[in-house]
Write a protein that binds this ligand. Structure first.
Ligand code: PEP
Ligand code: MG
Length: 818
């Protein structure tokens, strides 16, 4: 890249002009040195200073010297005489100082040659002249390159059309491609101009609502067009203040009285856990409802019904024994064998048969009721017996399904690879998925932050949610599932299958130290769902654990886990990260993660009910037991343990939580910021604790008032939504103001582009599913901290999630499609 020397009578003028020009390119601009003033506080120019500036930015590609007026030119000429021996090509230009400098900086940033940059700078008054109809000067002629092979037309949505900033974004975006691109304004009928020339683009005079024609030639013509199209469609990430005279959907987005189109609100299939997988579809059976009371069976029907109960229980026991023979671990085998015995338990089956014989109940109703009575006894007994209630219900569901001629409920019992398709998955089902046979998950419901998505990422399984037509795909059909793009290919060709399998074996590795290109450290941590998922975090070289979701350890338990059981589970995670940071979260039960021993089942709005920290209002002993167990586990290991509470909404709650942690000897205490209330008062909350962690999944759900489990609302439930980004900015600012670390442990941290924006906003650590670490680390290491800050400022100012993302792509990864 060429260097630029700026010669001016006034240091302030020179610095301001340089700052303005650099705003157009962020960190990616050329080296610039200023030679301004004739000594301390003296206006003028000095040839020695000019020579020094040229030397400072000299590069084999050359140096362009921009000058303001009068003696600046003489000093520059004299400086060239001092440097007569230098082999570096240097050019003095008659270009206008401010416009020329901007054009030169943008063009140089795109890697143009010294001659091209100088020509660009010299023509920099073109736009102003065109605008003011000053036709005394001849029009510069632009070389538009080879004949275009691809073209498209797009309407400008941003308020001021192709002004300086969008122009520099556009020039920068196309510089990443091997393509020659031109732009023409269809309204004015002007000729096409080269899109690598900021001066020419500004001269196009394209305003909001104008349709421009973009054409491209060259090897990457199509990709370049896509990138420019995305920028234009995304409004260059600028806030729209007036409705653009564009398409109907564009208008409805801006006018308060307009009804948004259905298309703008509903989401299609969404890739929520990256990766590609191939396999035949197996459907998750629908959940069983409690059988309704039916009219009494006749005497003849009763004996036949009894026989059916006996046959169904024998069938279920046989199936479970069969499965026990196939599992590898002795513990799993013992559990399955014991469950099989339950299915033929004479007490249970005898009671069910008696209900048929004596009361004329249907067989399914009789089995349901008989199990219900035994479950009450087990629960009252407590301890180990109570812990078997879940198995009892499993047996009941299997027998009833068999009686009704339906497939066994729960996860398909398969040994061959398959793709699981379900309307929705309960966390308990998802947690039991065996990634060795289940290759991918597709659900009709669910958003990007639903627990299906989170657990799929934890298991390393590609997943697509909000796939509304998934249940219409014939069971057994082979599909390719792309968990990144959300695309599902039904009945693929052999070639597509081979390609997908090859791609799925490629992974980006993380070296264990997160940092930006210029070395700013950003801790990259793992989200861990249970002790079993720790191995994946270690394999991915996570620097520690930023979120240990303890509720996932106890999903299928009917009774609260005792201290010893908890200590055992927590120690397994702490022990895996000796001397490293591990942030453990207290139980976040309720709403989409009900725990039988905590949650109320009959709340009208569970997501707004007693969940997260609020469960401690009703069951304080559960929190105390857990804190005691965490303290004991932490004392037994060397991990640097921090403990945090979910769903905090007030300062009083954070004070109370910190006090209880202290009572248990826990010294590093934090809270999750996942309600708008906590985000707005983050400054006060942070005064009361040591750190905060942004739970962007819930923060998005509550900020946007959009249920995170509903596939249809996934577009609202998006951390790129400006409202969510601005909430995050407030919390980061509070962290900077109080000097307390603020991390992100919601799924936003796993999106590489968004991760860079979060760093730009000031967050200090990012915690994500282990598989996401490589991608995030890679993008962070390609951008400087300043670039992240600049991009964050633009992205947060955007007026829609798509504009925010388009701005991030243009500023941080111009080669990538938004
Ligand atoms: C969040 O809400 O972003 C979060 C990390 O917590 P969870 O997803 O477990 O609710
Ligand atoms: Mg949460």
């Amino acid at each position: 890249m060429i260097g630029i020397a700026v010669v001016s009578h006034s240091p302030r003028l020179a610095q301001a002009a340089v700052d303005l020009a650099l705003e157009m390119v962020g960190d990616g601009g050329p080296a610039i040195a200023i030679a301004a003033g004739a000594g301390e506080g003296v206006t003028g120019t000095d040839a020695f200073k000019v020579a020094e500036a040229i030397t400072e930015v000299s590069s084999p590609e050359g140096v362009l010297v921009m000058m303001d007026l009068g003696s600046a030119v003489m000093s520059a000429e004299m400086a060239l005489e001092f440097l007569a021996d230098s082999e570096v090509p240097v050019k003095l230009t008659s270009a206008p100082f401010v416009e020329g400098l901007m054009a030169a900086v943008v063009r140089a940033a795109g890697g143009a040659s010294l001659d091209d940059v100088e020509r660009e700078a010299r023509g920099a008054l073109h736009a102003k002249r065109t605008h003011l109809d000053d036709d005394e000067q001849p029009e510069p002629s632009f070389d538009v390159g080879p004949v275009a092979e691809h073209a498209m037309e797009v309407t400008l949505r941003n308020p001021h059309g192709l002004h300086a900033r969008p122009v520099s974004m556009l020039v920068k975006a196309i510089s990443a491609f091997e393509a020659t691109v031109t732009v023409a304004n269809i309204r004015s009928g002007g000729p096409p101009v080269p899109a690598n020339s900021p001066t020419a683009l500004l001269g196009v005079g394209a305003r909001q609502g104008d349709t421009i024609s973009i054409a491209a030639a060259g090897r990457q013509a199509r990709e370049a067009l896509e990138a420019v199209g995305e920028l234009v469609r995304g409004g260059f990430g600028e806030v729209e203040t007036t409705p653009p005279p564009g398409t109907a959907s564009e208008q409805s987005a801006a006018r308060p009285d307009a009804r948004p189109s259905k298309e703008a609100l509903s989401s299609g299939p969404l890739g929520v856990s990256p990766g590609l997988a191939v396999g035949p579809i197996v459907r998750m059976p629908d959940q069983l409802e409690e059988p309704v009371d039916a009219p009494e069976l006749s005497e003849q029907e009763r004996s036949e019904a009894v026989g059916r109960i006996e046959a169904a229980s024998a069938f279920v026991a046989g199936a479970l024994m069969d499965k026990a023979g196939r599992v590898s671990g002795p513990a799993a085998r013992e559990i399955l064998e014991a469950t099989a015995l339950m299915a033929t338990d004479p007490g249970l089956i005898g009671d069910a048969c008696a209900r048929v014989t004596d009361k004329g109940q249907t067989p399914e109703r009789a089995v349901w009721a008989a199990v219900g009575d035994i479950a009450v006894v087990f629960r009252e007994h407590g301890g180990l017996l109570a812990a078997r209630v879940a198995d009892l219900h499993d047996v009941r569901n299997r027998i009833v399904a068999e009686l009704l001629g339906r497939p066994a409920p729960g996860l398909p019992d398969r040994t061959e690879p398959y793709v699981l398709v379900a309307r929705d998955l309960a966390p308990a089902d998802t947690a039991l998925i065996d990634p060795a046979v289940c290759r991918a998950i597709v659900t009709v419901e669910g958003g990007p932050t639903s627990h299906t998505a989170i657990l799929a990422r934890a298991l390393g399984l590609p997943a697509v949610v909000a796939a509304r037509h998934a249940l219409e795909i014939r069971a057994g059909s082979v599909v390719i599932v792309d968990g990144t793009t959300g695309v599902i290919v039904v009945d693929p060709t052999d070639e597509q299958v081979v390609q997908a399998e090859q791609e799925s074996s490629r992974v980006t590795m993380f070296d264990g130290t997160g940092r930006t290109k210029d070395g700013q450290r950003v801790q990259l941590l793992a989200n861990v769902a249970s002790p079993d998922s720790v191995a994946e975090a270690i394999k991915a070289k996570a620097e520690g654990v930023g979120l240990f979701r303890t509720e996932f350890c106890f999903l299928d338990q009917e009774e609260a886990p005792g201290i010893e059981e908890q200590v055992r589970a927590y120690r397994r995670v702490f022990a895996a990260f000796p001397g490293r940071k591990v942030i453990i979260r207290t139980l976040d039960a309720g709403a989409d993660k009900p725990l039988a021993f905590v949650s109320e089942v009959n709340e009208v709005n569970p997501a707004l009910g007693i969940r997260g920290y609020r469960t401690a209002w009703r069951r304080p002993e559960l929190l105390d037991t857990q804190l005691q167990a965490i303290a004991m586990a932490a004392a037994a290991e060397t991990a640097d343990v921090g403990v945090m509470a979910p769903m905090i909404a007030t300062v009083e709650e954070s004070i109370a939580f910190a006090a209880r942690c202290f009572e248990h000897g826990l010294r590093s205490v934090g809270v999750m910021i996942e309600t708008p209330a906590a985000a707005i008062t983050a400054g006060d909350i942070l005064q009361t604790v040591d750190f905060a962690s942004l739970g962007t999944n819930d923060l998005a759900q509550y900020t946007m008032a959009a249920d995170r489990l509903m596939g249809e609302l996934a577009l609202l439930n998006d951390p790129w939504q400006p409202a969510v980004l601005r909430m995050i900015r407030e919390v980061s600012r509070a962290g900077i103001a109080t000097g307390k670390p603020v991390g992100v442990c919601g799924e936003a941290a796993a999106d590489p582009l968004l991760a860079a924006i979060l760093v730009g906003l000031g967050v200090t650590s990012l915690s994500m599913s282990p598989r996401a670490l490589g991608g995030v680390a890679k993008l962070l290491s390609s951008v400087t901290a300043q670039q992240c800050r600049d991009a964050a400022a633009s992205v947060v100012a955007a007026s829609s999630s798509s504009m925010a993302r388009a701005a991030a792509v243009a500023l941080l990864a111009p080669g990538q499609l938004a």
